[in-house]
Design a protein around this ligand. Structure first.
Ligand code: MLT
Ligand code: MN
Ligand code: ZN
Length: 310
């Protein structure tokens, strides 16, 4: 099984079109050593032909262009993308669906609360249904499942891979009609397990809180790809860019007591990869002290095009 990182940045990408923070300005003008990054998405395959897209970023077309094996070119009109899984209904994870409208058929795996936001909050599924045939495959989150896990699902084109949803407590997106009344399924993580090799990855680009079941999922995984949005809780406030703290936005900062680095350090020997990195995060600057701290602790920073074999 192969996981390909299509987009490693948080909403806005890197550099962000309207941002002149040290990082965005620096990468735009070549003043810092850093890679540009598109918005949050990964894809999974077992045969290099059929791919499950996990999140559909607004940068999807550029990501497909940068990943030739997602475009196998067998027929006059063709794609390697067999289905899309959505981890939440955030703009940076769903608006790429509109870019898939020229396809014949679109299979979308998401929870009922995400589907509701896509239908009633954004009207996205209704708009899309005028262009292509859409099939919703509900990801079920209910009490009959093992604690902290939703109902596993498989896809015929990704033989031997089990996808196990993990409920995360966070918020629905700002536009959601139920933003103020969170429901299980607003945000999920995903365990991606290869039954043939016994290896697995845990993917959660948005993680505000590390509940016990989330920590167990991380401990059981050979590779963790987790929320790398902010270095500090007050990162945006200190830069004068927002009044919101990282935790208010559902993102656990990396530094400080109880932060992501502390947790990753406690996991022992496995691949630890930060993903969904905000453009303000100092770890994007490859010469920063913060990046050196991660390197010392064996924590990697995802980049567009990174591949993980499991
Ligand atoms: C988030 O995860 O907080 C997002 O990246 C916000 C956004 O899409 O703008
Ligand atoms: Mn995001
Ligand atoms: Zn910026």
């Amino acid at each position: 099984m192969k996981i390909r990182v299509l987009g490693s940045a948080a909403g806005g990408g890197f550099p962000q079109w309207n941002c002149n923070c040290r990082n965005c300005d620096g990468v735009r003008h070549g003043r810092i050593r850093a890679r540009r990054r598109t918005q949050s998405s990964i894809a999974v395959t077992v045969n290099d032909v059929d791919w499950l897209l996990i999140n559909a970023s607004p940068d999807l077309l550029a990501q497909i262009g940068a990943s030739p094996s997602l475009q196998p070119g067998r027929y006059a009109r063709d794609t390697g993308i067999v289905a899309v899984v959505l981890m939440d209904a955030q703009i940076d994870h769903v608006t790429g669906l509109l870019m898939l409208r020229e396809g014949k058929h679109l299979s979308i795996y998401c929870t009922a609360s995400v589907w509701k936001d896509l239908t009633e909050g954004l009207s996205l599924t209704r708009v899309l249904s005028h262009y292509c045939d859409i099939q919703w495959h509900p990801i079920e989150m209910n009490d009959t499942m093992p604690p902290g896990e939703g109902k596993p699902f498989t896809l015929p084109q990704l033989e031997g891979i089990d996808f196990i949803p993990v409920p995360l407590s966070s918020k629905a997106p700002p536009y959601s009609p139920h933003r103020m009344s969170p429901s299980p399924g607003d945000n999920i993580g995903l365990i991606i397990r290869n039954a043939r090799t016994g290896k697995s990855a845990f993917y959660a680009p948005g993680l505000g809180q590390i509940e016990a079941h989330v920590e167990s999922a991380m401990r059981a995984a050979d590779s963790v790809l987790v929320d790398g949005t902010f270095w500090r809780d007050d990162e945006m406030i200190r830069l004068g860019l927002s009044k919101k703290r990282a935790l208010d936005m559902g993102h656990l900062p990396q530094s400080g007591p109880g932060g992501m680095i502390e947790l990753l350090d406690s996991l022992g020997d496995r691949r630890k990869i930060l993903i969904h990195i905000n453009n303000t995060n100092p770890i994007l600057d490859e010469d920063s002290q913060e990046r050196a701290t991660l390197a010392r602790d064996g924590i990697e920073v995802a980049y567009d095009g990174m591949e993980i074999a499991l």
